[in-house]
Design a protein around this ligand. Structure first.
Ligand SMILES: [Fe+2]
Ligand SMILES: [Fe+2]
Length: 321
């Protein structure tokens, strides 16, 4: 039985306006009625009124969802009826996402070890569970919608690993693991922590993943597919990502406030190195993978860089400096 929360519990909880509360507490089924742009508005709200690390932890507690609750029956029917081009476009995107979710699951543990405070350590532990769940989401989608002979996740990941994209390879197989390795070797290296959060939370999650999610979910909405298991699960993933991105903004904002001369240039340098990899990752091997769904590559890149600039303003730096 649910007990009435005590006054102390109520006062510790974030106060959200009714529209945001609806998104914050939506079930998987209700997420089908929610637009990705409204989910992303959480990050912008955070920029005006930053949640604490424990606020983000409490959001995680109340925003649990299970891959096992999704139903991919309609998704499978769509797949069987889809054109060759549709399938190629979907596989291109989902290979990047599935492999990417596994890569970010694998590389987050050193960040937990290197966390400068217990609150940050606690939040990052919730994020590890989220990334594992996102990986499982794609594993299940692949098995039930596309189908595969792969016996286990290792074999399936080897089968789907993206092989044509240099930007992606450099980011996920060089920059991200080497930063994680630096943190594992020296968890007290706060410069490495700042650089790692810039790559992980700002480049990979805020700029690349949320942009890809936004356009794919919008395309599904335009095709009236919001009751599909994939739409609901991917929207739940975006809501998880909005917490991760808010966390990353907060860490970097605090670092820049504490020591702008040290951390602003470090974040800027990391971003400048990674920006070509953003464009490289979002660039499809066939432009029709985007134009076929009523969008353009330049529109997607514009959205990615506009999002990045918003995050940077919140952190307190600009790229032109
Ligand atoms: Fe994720
Ligand atoms: Fe994430």
């Amino acid at each position: 039985m649910d007990e009435e929360p005590s006054v102390a519990v109520i006062s510790r909880r974030e106060r959200l306006d009714p529209d945001l509360e609806r998104i914050a507490s939506a079930s998987l089924r209700q997420l089908g009625d929610i637009r990705i742009d409204d989910v992303l508005s959480f990050i912008d709200r955070g920029i005006e009124n930053m949640p604490s690390y424990m606020d983000l932890y409490r959001r995680w507690e109340s925003q649990q969802w299970a891959v096992g609750d999704l139903d991919f029956t309609l998704d499978r029917q769509d797949w069987l009826e889809s054109s060759d081009l549709d399938r190629k476009a979907t596989l291109w995107s989902h290979r990047l996402f599935f492999n990417g979710e596994e890569r970010v699951t694998a590389t987050l543990a050193p960040f937990v070890w290197a966390a400068p405070t217990p609150e940050i350590e606690v939040f990052l532990s919730t994020q590890m569970v989220d990334e594992a769940r996102h990986t499982v989401f794609f594993d299940r989608w692949w098995r039930e919608v596309v189908g595969t002979e792969a016996r286990d996740m290792k074999d399936l990941l080897a089968e789907i690993r993206p092989d044509t994209n240099e930007g992606y390879n450099t980011l996920f197989y060089d920059r991200l693991p080497s930063t994680a390795q630096r943190l594992a070797s020296n968890p007290k290296d706060f410069d490495a922590f700042v650089e790692g959060v810039t790559i992980y939370h700002i480049i990979v999650e805020a700029t690349i993943a949320l942009t890809g999610q936004r356009f794919e979910l919008e395309s599904m909405r335009e095709l009236d597919l919001t009751d599909r298991g994939f739409y609901r699960g991917f929207t739940a993933i975006a809501r998880d990502e909005s917490r991760h991105v808010s966390f990353g903004i907060k860490v970097l904002q605090e670092a820049v406030r504490e020591n702008p001369a040290r951390y602003a240039p470090l974040i800027q340098k990391t971003l400048v190195e990674c920006l070509p990899l953003v464009a490289g990752t979002l660039d499809p091997p066939d432009p029709r993978y985007i134009t076929e769904f009523g969008h353009t590559e330049s529109e997607i890149l514009q959205f990615a860089f506009d999002s990045l600039n918003k995050r940077l303003r919140a952190i307190g730096i600009n790229l032109a400096a």
